[in-house]
Design a binder for this molecule. Structure first.
Ligand code: UGB
Length: 610
């Protein structure tokens, strides 16, 4: 007797064929609780539509997903250590954290390569840990100009283009998910693609995968007519670059490297030119950017894993690092090494991948990169799950598919220079800070954004006198000097050195420079003064002298009432403060020409007793 799911004539032939296939794959439970034929037909058809959709979204269809799931679930049930027999060693690494002459060389090499690079932004995740219900790309990286992450990234791409010998738009691939697709498109449309060309932006959408309810890879349902679907992880970006044909198209257009970035890391473009330079100089097929890792923090460790005559350089995700270290190098596990950090560099998920090698790997793997499954078992025998699991992939796992002919390396940067994401809400950030881990919150991301500005100007000989760190809602924040050097102003340290000579900025003063041809000669800002200079292309502006007031942007902490109020914007709540403009001095130069500005003459002292 046919299964009830096959009895209705109103199901399409494709749906009937898929039901057959699922029955052959031990999925009859999907249909066993159906109402009798003739009843709930619309719900049944919608359910079959959902199955057809997930079948179409996965390379090789649902049958392939189930086969992969059964294999991985068996390994997981048997408790197989994926790194069994491997010993972790230091990876091949270039350490640029000192930012010395070798940094400058790599940066210059990378800058000359801007016309052969595409940027891939993975932005499918929702800010659940952040307690924010919009997309993270719409959050401001700093609260003075309120530049959002997406706007900032677009400015960086435009600045890269402006530095090419023969300008061409930098391809910008954004991976979104069902959760982030519409709001990301809306942000782009509402802001005219932030000055980018619409055809340089490529949106790829990741789909959800079906959840699995047991070790036999039986698909999980909610009621009789709805599959439970879950995210498949940021590794989907590889599958989508393959299935869309985009990776191959970009290669054909002359792109040689893709740089993969995350959604809320305002520092990434500081390090990008030098990282590119390292990839070129070392001929790395795969280059992971890294920082000194605090033991126990939620970033993976990068290691070369060696077993007999096989080795691979990989990110060991934070939950797997401790057991691996206990089983090999150190019975105490993930603890500080002699320099106070984890002995393995921390993966910050900024990847520079050589497109020629990447395309070959994608062709062989269909872009399904090292899936894994991580069920939470309800019993010691590992026979039942606490809740449905699913297959996942992580973008940094690509080296699992590389062979001995590929070169995999790591480039270590100064942490605040390359990595300060906004991932945690203020309570979680305060807890992390108290536990000695990086808080990775809106306030620390903003604080480090200004710090990167100070690092740039400091390397050009500017004297920067920092405020002492203060703690706001348990999270540390350095309130200045706040330097916002736009990507148009400088994309490399060499450029900053060319444009800034000497000078001094102290305390909570603010300096904002936006324009390709602004030069500062011994400029001093003090007493909280704020100077904002905007110069359009062709406007050559030279600034000299001192501005010592009036106070510019004052930091104001939110009151407990404001923190609790539902209408306080979440971008402020996640900081615990706002900036109030009390008198920024703004200079705008919109027309081409040469301009000289003596700052001393701009300052009109306030009348006494005011
Ligand atoms: N993302 C997607 O685009 N799709 C998804 O399905 C999931 C995420 P998380 P995670 O840098 O601190 C990673 O959630 O996964 C995007 C590394 O694995 O913020 O906890 C999402 O939008 C880890 O080794 O990070 O941990 C975001 O842009 C370490 O490097 C990005 O993927 C850690 O990041 C990361 O997602 C870190």
């Amino acid at each position: 007797m046919p299964h009830p799911a096959l009895e209705s004539a109103s199901f399409s032939p494709e749906a009937q064929a898929l039901v057959h296939e699922l029955l052959d794959n031990k999925q009859s439970h999907l249909f066993d609780d159906w109402d009798p034929p003739g009843e709930c037909e619309p719900e049944k058809r919608a359910f079959l539509e959902q199955l057809l959709q997930v079948d179409a979204n996965y390379p090789g269809g649902l049958a392939n997903y189930l086969a992969n799931a059964r294999r991985l679930l068996t390994q997981s049930r048997e408790g197989k250590n994926p790194f069994e027999g491997y010993r972790p060693e230091q990876p091949d690494a270039v350490d640029l954290s000192a930012m010395d002459e070798s940094y400058d060389q790599m940066e210059s090499l990378g800058r000359d390569h801007f016309d052969r690079v595409g940027i891939v932004l993975v932005a499918g995740g929702l800010g659940e840990r952040l307690g924010h219900d919009g997309i993270k790309l719409d959050l401001p990286v700093e609260a003075i100009l309120n530049t959002t992450y997406l706007a900032h990234y677009a400015k960086c791409l435009l600045a890269m283009e402006a530095r090419m010998a023969r300008a061409r738009p930098v391809p910008f691939v954004i991976m979104v998910s069902e959760d982030t697709h519409a709001p990301t498109l809306r942000a782009l449309e509402e802001h005219g693609y932030y000055g980018l060309r619409k055809d340089q932006v490529h949106i790829l959408k990741q789909e959800l995968v079906p959840a699995l309810k047991d070790n036999d890879a039986r698909l999980a349902k909610e009621g009789p007519y709805e599959l439970i679907l879950k995210p498949h992880g940021h590794g989907d970006v590889h599958m989508l670059l393959q299935s869309s044909g985009l990776a191959a198209r970009l290669r054909a257009e002359g792109i040689e490297h893709l740089v993969f970035i995350q959604d809320t890391n305002g520092q990434v473009f500081n390090a990008l030119p030098a990282a590119l330079g390292v990839s070129i100089e070392r001929e790395y097929d795969f280059n992971s950017l890294a920082v000194n890792r605090v033991p126990g923090e939620a970033v993976g460790g990068l290691a070369r894993l060696v077993k007999d005559d096989h080795e691979m350089t990989l990110n060991i995700e934070y939950n797997q690092l401790d057991p691996l270290l206990r089983a090999t190098l150190n019975p105490d596990g993930d603890v500080p090494g002699p320099k106070g950090f984890s002995v393995f560099p921390g993966n910050i998920n900024i990847l520079v991948i050589r497109l020629a090698s990447y395309i070959k790997v994608l062709e062989q793997s269909k872009g399904i990169i090292a899936e894994f499954v991580n069920p939470k078992y309800a019993d010691e025998a590992r026979s039942e799950f606490k809740k449905p699991a699913r297959l996942e992939t992580m973008m940094q796992d690509l080296p699992k598919l590389l062979g001995p002919e590929h070169k995999v390396g790591v480039t270590v940067f100064h942490r605040a220079w390359c990595f300060s994401p906004n991932k945690n809400n203020v309570e979680e950030a305060a807890n992390k800070h108290a536990a000695g881990s990086p808080p990775e919150s809106a306030a620390t991301a903003e604080s480090d954004f200004y710090l990167a500005g100070r690092m740039k100007a400091g390397r050009a000989g500017m004297d920067l006198r920092e405020e002492a760190p203060q703690t706001i809602l348990g999270v540390p924040f350095v309130n200045g000097p706040r330097l916002i050097l736009s990507p148009a102003f400088a994309m490399t340290l060499a450029e900053v050195r060319e444009k800034i000579s000497g000078g001094r900025v102290s305390g909570p003063s603010t300096l904002i420079l936006d324009g390709p041809d602004i030069r500062l000669q011994d400029v001093c800002l003090e007493a909280g003064a704020a100077l904002r200079v905007h110069a359009a292309a062709g406007a050559k502006v030279t600034l000299r002298g001192k501005l010592s007031g009036p106070p510019g942007f004052a930091l104001e902490k939110l009151s407990p009432e404001e923190l609790a109020a539902p209408d306080t914007p979440s971008a402020l709540k996640m900081r615990g403060y706002r900036f109030v403009d009390e008198g920024v001095k703004t200079l705008r130069f919109e027309s081409p020409g040469e301009y000289e500005v003596e700052l001393d003459t701009l300052y009109t002292p306030l009348p006494e007793n005011s």
